[in-house]
Design a binder for this molecule. Structure first.
Ligand code: ME8
Length: 527
C-alpha cells in the first residue's frame, strides 16, 4: 500500500477569538502535512472547532447572542486564521454539524454501549467549566482550579459513565511499548505515572435539562453527551465514520499524529485510547504534545494585557515570518516565550538580513557580473571552490566533517539527509535550525570567496562560486517549502525556476523581485 499521512490539530473551543496557541497547532500540523504531501504520500490534514459544552453556552450568554450565532462567528475566525497562515487543511470539522459530525459521534457511542462500557450512576463532584471536566480537591489551589482561576461547581446528578478503568492496563502497555507514541519523552513519563493512579471510570453525559447544547445521547434524550466524548470523535467523524461512506476512514485511520497541547494530554492519552479500544478501533500512532507559549514570561491573560494576537504579526510581518518564528524559536514540545522584541530581532536578523539578504545579494551579483544568466559549470570548476566552513550544530550528527569538500556533496550527504530525517522524526525545530544554519553557511561561503573581488581576476571561478550559492539556495528553498511556502516559491522564482521542478536546474536566469523580508527597522510599517 502507498504511504499515507493523517495529521490533526485539536478542535478549538469557540468561546473566544483564536490566539497564539491555536495558530501554533495549525502551523505545526500544516508543516508536517506539507512535508508528507510533497513526498507523494496520501495526506489528510484535519482541523476544526469544538462547539458544544457549558463553556460555550455561557460565553454566548455573556455576549448576548444566540449560541448558534456565537459559534458561527468564532468558527469563521478559526477558518480565517488557517487561511492567513497559509495552511492547507483538507477538511475542517465542527461538532455542532449534525450532518457531518453527529452520525460518527452517535455510531461511536453505540459501539461503547455494545461493548457494555457505558453504565448509569449517580455522580457527585466538582466540575470545572474551564476544563469541561470534573476535578478533584487535589487539583485545586485555595479552592480554585489553578489553570482557570475559577471555583469549580458542585454537581450531583445521574450520568452515563464510561468504563475507562477496564482499559487502563492496555492503554499503559500501548504507551510504554510506543504502539501509541507520545512525544516528547517527558510527557510519556508523565502520563504513565498518571495511569498508575488514575484512569477511573468517567462521567460521559450531562442531564439535558442542565445542558442541551450538544449531541443527545442515542436512545436517551434526557442526556447530552459529555463534551469530550463528543469532541474526541471528530478525528474519525471527519473521515466519514458512521456516515455511510468510510473510504477516507479506511484509508487514513489510525492518525499518524494528533498535535495537542500538554493541557489536553490526559484526554488524548487516556480517554481517547480507552474509547477506541472499547470500539475495537486502532489507536493513533502518535501524540505530538506541544508546550505552552507564554508572553513575556507570563501566562497570556486579558487581565495582564499580554495576549498576543496572531493576526497582528501576520499582517505586519507576513505569514511566513510568523511560521518561521513559531517553529524556529519555540522548541517543539517545550514551553516557549513570545515577545514583540524577540520577534522583531529574529525578523531583522535571521530573515531580513539573513535569508532575504543572501537571496538578493546573490541575485544582484549574478545580474551585475554575468548579465543575470549562468550555465552549470563543469564538475572540475565546482571542485575548485570547496566549502571552507563546517556547519556545527548539535542537531547534526557527527558525520558533518566535510570541510574542504564540494558544496554539493556537503549538501546532499549532510544537510538534505539530516533535514529529512528530522522531518520524518517530527523534530521540526531541528529541521528548521539545520536549514537556517545552512543559509548562514552560504553567507560565509560568499565571504570566503569574495566574488566582488574575485570577479576582477578570475571570472570563471567567480561564476562557479555564484552558481554554487544560487544552486544551493534553490535546493534549500525546496526543503524550506513546508515551513515557509510562499517564501520558498519566491526564492526559486528569483533564480528562474519553480518548486515543482524537482531536478536541479542546468542554468540560472535571474528575475529580480521585491525584498523577501523588507526591513521594518526604519521607516513606516509596510505590509
Ligand atoms: O482544549 N500556548 O480547545 P482550546 C500553546 N477543545 N498552546 C496553547 C496555549 C498557549 N498559550 N493555550 C492553549 C481544547 N493552547 C479542546 C480540544 S480536541 C478533541 C479538543 C492549546 O481551544 C491547548 O493546549 O482550549 C490546546 O492544545 C489547543 O490550544 C486548543 O485549546
Amino acid at each position: 500500500m502507498d504511504k499515507k499521512f493523517y495529521v490533526t490539530t485539536p478542535i478549538f473551543y469557540v468561546n473566544a477569538a483564536p490566539h497564539l496557541g491555536h495558530a501554533y497547532a495549525d502551523v505545526v500540523a500544516d508543516t508536517l502535512a506539507r512535508w508528507h504531501r510533497a513526498r507523494g504520500e496520501a495526506t489528510f490534514f484535519l482541523s476544526g472547532t469544538d462547539e458544544h459544552g457549558a463553556k460555550i453556552v455561557r460565553a454566548a450568554e455573556k455576549a448576548n447572542v444566540s449560541t448558534k450565532e456565537f459559534v458561527e462567528k468564532h468558527r469563521d475566525e478559526f477558518k480565517k486564521l488557517l487561511a492567513s497562515l497559509g495552511a492547507q487543511q483538507d477538511d475542517f470539522i465542527y461538532t455542532s454539524d449534525s450532518e457531518r459530525h453527529w452520525p460518527g459521534a452517535e455510531a461511536f457511542w453505540k459501539k461503547l454501549v455494545d461493548a457494555d462500557d457505558l453504565y448509569k450512576a449517580t455522580y457527585e463532584g466538582l466540575y470545572c467549566v474551564g476544563h469541561e471536566a470534573f476535578v478533584t480537591e487535589k487539583d485545586l489551589v485555595d479552592g480554585k482550579c489553578a489553570d482557570h482561576n475559577q471555583t469549580p461547581e458542585k454537581i450531583a446528578e445521574e450520568n452515563y459513565f464510561f468504563r475507562l478503568s477496564k482499559y487502563k492496563d492496555r492503554i499503559k502497555s500501548a504507551i510504554a511499548s510506543d504502539e501509541m507514541r507520545i512525544m516528547p519523552e517527558s510527557r510519556k513519563k508523565e502520563i504513565l505515572a498518571f495511569l498508575e493512579e488514575g484512569a477511573v471510570d468517567i462521567s460521559f453525559s450531562r442531564p439535558s435539562k442542565d445542558i442541551s447544547w450538544g449531541i443527545p445521547v442515542p436512545g436517551d434524550r434526557e442526556h447530552t453527551m459529555y463534551v469530550w466524548a463528543d469532541a474526541l470523535t471528530n478525528y474519525i467523524s471527519a473521515l466519514g465514520y458512521g456516515r455511510g461512506d468510510d473510504t477516507n476512514f479506511k484509508t487514513f485511520w489510525p492518525a499518524d499524529a494528533h498535535i495537542i497541547g500538554k493541557d489536553i494530554l490526559r484526554f488524548h492519552a487516556a480517554i481517547w485510547p480507552g474509547m477506541l479500544l472499547s470500539a475495537g478501533l486502532p489507536l493513533p500512532k502518535m501524540l505530538l504534545v506541544t508546550g505552552m507559549i507564554r508572553s513575556g514570561g507570563q501566562k497570556m491573560s486579558k487581565t495582564l494585557g499580554n495576549v498576543i494576537d496572531p493576526t497582528e504579526f501576520i499582517d505586519q510581518y507576513g505569514k511566513d515570518a510568523f511560521r518561521y518564528f513559531l517553529l524556529r524559536e519555540i522548541p517543539l514540545g517545550e514551553d516557549g516565550d513570545f515577545t514583540r522584541e524577540r520577534f522583531r530581532d529574529v525578523y531583522e536578523g535571521n530573515l531580513a538580513h539573513g535569508m532575504g539578504n543572501l537571496v538578493s545579494r546573490t541575485a544582484a551579483m549574478i545580474n551585475k557580473y554575468f548579465e543575470g544568466h549562468i550555465e552549470a559549470p563543469s564538475a572540475e570548476a565546482l571542485a575548485g571552490v570547496p566549502t571552507r566552513r563546517v556547519l556545527k550544530h548539535e542537531v547534526l550528527s557527527s558525520r558533518v566533517s566535510l570541510d574542504g569538500s564540494a558544496l554539493n556533496t556537503y549538501f546532499e550527504r549532510d544537510i538534505a539527509e539530516e533535514f529529512s530525517r528530522a522531518m520524518f522524526e517530527y523534530r521540526l525545530t531541528d529541521a528548521i535550525t539545520i536549514l537556517s544554519s545552512f543559509f548562514s553557511l552560504l553567507d560565509g561561503y560568499i565571504q570566503d570567496y569574495e566574488p566582488y573581488r574575485l570577479v576582477k581576476t578570475d571570472p570563471d571561478k567567480t561564476k562557479a562560486v555564484l552558481w554554487n550559492v544560487a544552486l544551493h539556495i534553490i535546493r534549500a528553498a525546496k526543503l524550506l517549502e513546508s515551513f515557509m511556502p510562499s517564501t520558498a516559491e519566491k526564492i526559486v522564482k528569483v533564480f528562474g525556476t519553480e518548486l515543482k521542478q524537482k531536478e536541479d536546474p542546468t542554468s540560472i536566469h535571474i528575475t529580480l523581485s521585491e525584498a523577501l523580508f523588507p526591513s521594518k527597522a526604519d521607516g513606516p510599517k509596510t505590509d
